[in-house]
Design a protein around this ligand. Structure first.
Ligand SMILES: Cc1cc2nc3c(=O)[nH]c(=O)nc-3n(C[C@H](O)[C@H](O)[C@H](O)COP(=O)(O)O)c2cc1C
Length: 216
């Protein structure tokens, strides 16, 4: 028998088209509170949610995204992108990702999600002590921590009847997200939208247990 949690997980899909209604503030608070309960290295709790309400900031994101999108296409059209042997393919990819990025600006609720910049970690401490040469694991910790917090956020949204979509595509079009949003104490890893779904996404397949699991 499929339990409530499994049903919730199975029914969740990324939603990119929303009804105009704004989700109730208490629901957003519950979703963020669930995210705050997620595990984090040494209980450091580095994840932060920034709800973007300002039209000025949204317009700034839109205009930077558009400019960079046009710049990418212009480079491809000029033949200056030496490394690609299939400019048509990469052009289509850019167009798709642009579409899959800009919709967030029309979502009823939009959040930038990131981690505070002053967070310490085990690997950072060993790096500072000169015991290891790199501290790339520090970022792995932060990426995992954002992911796990977001999972609580999106599943709570699903339970409440809201749709969500996590987005990293816009980060490629907007390299200076923090500056545009006026955030100087966190590094933004992604965006996430929320709202009442106005679409039923087409079915997609998932890898089976056997495909993603191995005993070693
Ligand atoms: C880290 C991450 C980044 C993503 N970036 C985008 C994005 O930029 N734009 C978008 O429309 N969807 C984005 N998605 C949503 C995925 O496309 C989606 O999760 C995937 O196709 C599976 O579909 P489902 O979420 O409906 O099950 C992202 C998802 C994750 C986890």
């Amino acid at each position: 028998m499929t339990d409530g949690f499994e049903k919730l997980v199975q029914s969740r899909r990324s939603i990119r088209r929303y009804k105009p209604d704004i989700p109730p503030p208490q629901w957003i608070e519950t979703m963020v509170t669930c995210a705050a309960l997620a595990p984090s290295p040494s209980n450091s709790q580095p994840v932060r949610f920034f709800r973007i309400n300002s039209m000025e900031k949204k317009n700034a994101l839109r205009s930077v995204m558009k400019q960079r999108y046009q710049d990418f296409l212009a480079v491809l059209e000029s033949g200056r992108a030496e490394k690609t042997d299939s400019p048509k393919k990469i052009k289509n990819l850019i167009r798709t990702y642009y579409r899959f990025s800009t919709f967030m600006l029309d979502a009823p609720a939009l959040f930038a999600v990131g981690t505070v910049t002053d967070v310490s970690s085990f690997s950072k401490k060993l790096f500072a002590a000169g015991l290891i040469s790199g501290e790339s694991r520090g970022n792995t910790d932060l990426d995992v921590t954002v992911g796990i917090a977001l999972n609580s956020f999106i599943l709570k949204a699903q339970e409440l009847g809201l749709g969500t979509c996590i987005l990293t595509g816009p980060m490629t079009f907007v390299p200076n997200t923090e500056k545009i949003l006026g955030i100087n104490d966190a590094r933004i890893q992604c965006f996430v939208t929320a709202g009442f779904p106005d679409e039923i996404p087409a079915c997609i397949t998932r890898k089976s247990f056997a495909e993603i699991y191995r005993e070693i």
